[in-house]
Design a protein around this ligand. Structure first.
Ligand code: FMN
Length: 360
C-alpha cells in the first residue's frame, strides 16, 4: 500500500503527507484514522464550494479539511473561521470574472497566514512566491495537463485534478479517470488530489489507484447536516441521478461563459436551448428572489450562479443547483464527519478485499 499520508499517532493527529511539502497539520479525522486504518494513509478533503454555502461550517474536526471560497467574504470568513477550524483553512481565488480584487483577497489571506491558498480558474503564478514568503502553501485546481504543468512551473505545493464530472465550475473537459493519472505523471513528484464524481469509498480507492494522494469532494458535501445549503437543494441532491446534471454556461450572470455543472431542473431544461442568454448580463433580467451575502440582503437576478442557501427566498425553482455526476451516489443527508468516516472505513474494507489472497 503506497504511503499517502503520514498517519502516525501524535498529538497533532493525522498529518497529511502533503506535509512533506511543509503543509501544517490538519486537525481532522486523526484519531479515527489512526485507530481504524493504520495501513490506509489518505484523507478526503471537502471541496471548496461557493462562499454562500459556508463550507467551513460543514468542516468539523472529523469531517475532512475545509476550504473557503473567498469571493465576497474573505476577511470575515477568515476571522470568523479561524477558531472553528484552525490549521485547515484554505482560501479559494476564483478567477478574473468576479467583481472584486483578487489582490486584496490575497493580501488579507497572507496577512492572516492562512495555511493554504487554493487557487482555481486562472494562473497561480503571481501568487506562489508571495504565499511562500508568507509561509502559506498553494494548491491549484486544474482541469487539464496543460493547467497542471503551468501550476507545477509556478511552484505550487500540490495540484487538484478536477474531472469534468465535478459539480460547480469546471476547469476542463476530461473525465477524472483519464485526467488524474496524466496529471500525476505531468507534475510528479508534486502531490495530486483527485476531484470529480467521487462520492463514496469506491471512488476514493479508484482515485488512489489512479495515483492521486487525496480526494476532494464537493457534491457529497452538500447533503450533509452542516452544509449551509437550502433544504430544497439538499433534497434535490438526494433525488437526482448521474444523468440529471449538465455542463453548461447558463448561470452566467456575473460570471459569463464559464462552464459549470448543475442539476438539469425544469428551469434549466427550459433555457438550455437559449443557453447563451444566461451570459448576456441583461440589466433588465428579472429579479427572482433574494439571499444574504456577508450578512447583507442582496437581490438575485435570473441566471445568477448562487446555489440557494437557507437565506435564499423567492423563485427557488429558477436557481442554480450546482452538482456533479456523483450525485446519483448521494442518497442520505448525514453529518459530514459520518460521510468522511464511511469513506475511510469503506476504502479500508475495499482495499483489504482487493488484496486478499484468493482461496483455492
Ligand atoms: C456547490 C458547489 C460549489 C462549488 N464552488 C466552487 C468554488 O467556488 N470554487 C472552486 O474552486 N470549486 C468549486 N466547486 C468545485 C469543487 O472544487 C470540486 O472540483 C468539485 O466539487 C469536485 O467534484 P464533485 O462535486 O463531484 O465532488 C464547487 C462544487 C460544488 C458542488
Amino acid at each position: 500500500m503506497p504511503g499517502v499520508y503520514d498517519c502516525a499517532e501524535s498529538p497533532a493527529g493525522l498529518r497529511w503527507r502533503l506535509q512533506e511539502c511543509g503543509l501544517p497539520p490538519l486537525p481532522t479525522a486523526s484519531a479515527l484514522w489512526s485507530r481504524l486504518f493504520p495501513e490506509l494513509h489518505t484523507l478526503p478533503a471537502c471541496a471548496p464550494v461557493n462562499a454562500s454555502l459556508h463550507p467551513l461550517r460543514a468542516g468539523t474536526h472529523d469531517s475532512g479539511s475545509g476550504w473557503v471560497a473567498t469571493p465576497f467574504l474573505c476577511d470575515s470568513f477568515i476571522h470568523d473561521s479561524t477558531p472553528v477550524y484552525p490549521g485547515a483553512l484554505g482560501v479559494l481565488l476564483s478567477g478574473p470574472h468576479l467583481p472584486f480584487s483578487i489582490e486584496a483577497i490575497v493580501d488579507v489571506c497572507l496577512e492572516e497566514r492562512v495555511p493554504v491558498l487554493l487557487t482555481f480558474w486562472g494562473d497561480p503564478t503571481p501568487y506562489v512566491a508571495r504565499a511562500h514568503a508568507a509561509g502559506v502553501k498553494v494548491i491549484d485546481q486544474v482541469g487539464s495537463v496543460q493547467g497542471a504543468q503551468r501550476a507545477a512551473q509556478a511552484g505550487v505545493d500540490a495540484v487538484v485534478a478536477q474531472g469534468v464530472e465535478a459539480g460547480g465550475h469546471l476547469a476542463g473537459e476530461v473525465g477524472t479517470v483519464a485526467l488524474v493519472p496524466r496529471v500525476v505523471d505531468a507534475v510528479a513528484p508534486i502531490p495530486v488530489a483527485a476531484a470529480g464524481g467521487i462520492a463514496d469509498a469506491r471512488g476514493l480507492v479508484a482515485a488512489l489507484a489512479l495515483g492521486a494522494q487525496a480526494i476532494m469532494i464537493g457534491t457529497r458535501r452538500i447533503a450533509t447536516t452542516e452544509a449551509y445549503a437550502h433544504s430544497v437543494y439538499k433534497q434535490k441532491i438526494l433525488e437526482a441521478n448521474e444523468d440529471q446534471t449538465v455542463r453548461t454556461t447558463l448561470f452566467g450572470f456575473g460570471w459569463p461563459n464559464a462552464p459549470h455543472r448543475t442539476l438539469r431542473t425544469p428551469f434549466v431544461e427550459r433555457w438550455l436551448p437559449e443557453e447563451q442568454r444566461g451570459s448576456e448580463q441583461r440589466p433588465d433580467e428579472p429579479t427572482i428572489g433574494e439571499t444574504k451575502i456577508g450578512g447583507q440582503t442582496v437581490p438575485l437576478q435570473r441566471f445568477m450562479g448562487f446555489p440557494p442557501t437557507p437565506d435564499a427566498s423567492g423563485d427557488l425553482d429558477s436557481m442554480d443547483y450546482l452538482a456533479g455526476q456523483g450525485v446519483g451516489l448521494v442518497n442520505e443527508i448525514k453529518p459530514a464527519a459520518e460521510v468522511v468516516r464511511e469513506l475511510i472505513e469503506g476504502a479500508g474494507h475495499i482495499l483489504s478485499t482487493l488484496t486478499k489472497e484468493p482461496e483455492l
